[in-house]
Design a protein around this ligand. Structure first.
Ligand code: C2E
Ligand code: CA
Ligand code: CA
Ligand code: CA
Length: 278
């Protein structure tokens, strides 16, 4: 605090103080967010590139802080991971998403898959598989309608707890997919070791298409490799018709992005499903 005397240093100190203050505020807030019903989910459509059918949704967590308003996941998920709060919050996300898919199924007679994001921290929790099992049991959801999105980092982590969780999840029969593919560790070994269903090509590769020839080459190579391994491919962050057309040409299986639907409240997805069955 002594350094705060000088002008530049003072600016720095107060900016830091503000950051620490808001960090503390966010953390206290996050601890109460669950019981205060401040958390909710949005769902983003995943579309079959060939048939243009809605085949699934990704559940995305939202937090409305009573004073700060909407807080972006990128601002509070890391905090939830650091504090371990991601474990109870993640269990809530799983339960809520599975209940929602069942509700849509009853309303519309249509089964869609739901993808739920899981942090590395959650795989280290020895109760994760049990939580998944209880949620499936309570909701009566077919395990093949639940997809767990994890990152390359999670699979590269060879902590015993993570390995045993992955094995238990495989036995339960839920799907695993690799999120943000291509941005993490580049060892491809884990693709052979684990029973992965799909790769999600990170938005950073899609966003420059079709002009960016390097990203186009990477996208094409990921699709070819995935298909060689009998994995499905989901393109993230599809924003333009040109991008979708190129992905179709490359044989990409599923697409997700603002062009096909923004993350939306459950009612909007319910309407889509009802509309689609005429
Ligand atoms: P993600 O899993 O990669 O999710 C995709 C993000 O891209 C979402 O941001 C989504 O709103 C955004 N997005 C979708 N389509 C487009 C598009 O066409 N253009 C652009 N520019 N963006 C698009 P969001 O909802 O802010 O979530 C950010 C990250 O927070 C997620 O990235 C995920 O890593 C994490 N996250 C969200 N919900 C959960 C959760 O329930 N649990 C955990 N552990 N992490 C979550
Ligand atoms: Ca994701
Ligand atoms: Ca992603
Ligand atoms: Ca991400």
């Amino acid at each position: 605090a002594k350094n705060c005397g000088k002008n530049n240093a003072k600016l720095y100190c107060s900016a830091l103080t503000t950051r620490i203050m808001s960090h503390v505020k966010l953390e206290t807030g996050l601890r109460r967010a669950l019981q205060n019903n401040e958390l909710y989910l949005h769902y983003q459509p995943q579309i079959d590139v060939r048939s243009a059918q809605l085949v699934g949704v990704e559940a995305l967590l939202r937090w409305r802080h009573p004073e700060l308003g909407l807080v972006a996941p990128d601002d509070f998920i890391p905090l939830a991971e650091e504090t371990g709060l991601i474990v109870p919050i993640g269990a809530w996300v799983l339960r809520t998403a599975c209940m929602q898919v069942r509700a849509w199924q009853e309303q519309s007679g249509r089964a869609v898959r739901v993808a739920v994001n899981l942090s590395a921290r959650q795989f280290k929790d020895e109760n994760l598989a049990q939580t998944v099992l209880s949620v499936l049991d309570e909701t009566g959801l077919d395990p093949r309608l639940l997809e767990l999105e994890l990152t390359e980092g999670t699979l590269m982590d060879d902590a015993q707890a993570t390995l045993s969780t992955l094995e238990q999840l495989r036995a339960i029969g839920v799907y695993l997919s690799i999120d943000d593919f291509g941005t993490g560790y580049s060892s491809m070994n884990y693709l052979k070791r684990f029973d992965v269903r799909a790769l999600k090509i990170d938005r950073s590769f899609i966003s420059g298409l079709p002009e960016d020839s390097e990203n186009a080459a990477i996208t094409r190579a990921i699709i070819a490799m995935a298909h060689g391994l009998k994995l499905a491919v989901v393109a993230e962050g599809v924003e333009t018709a040109e991008q979708l057309q190129l992905l179709q040409q490359y044989g990409c299986d599923l697409a997700q992005g603002y062009l096909l639907g923004h993350p939306s409240p459950e009612e909007a997805i319910g309407e889509l499903l009802m509309g689609a069955c005429e």
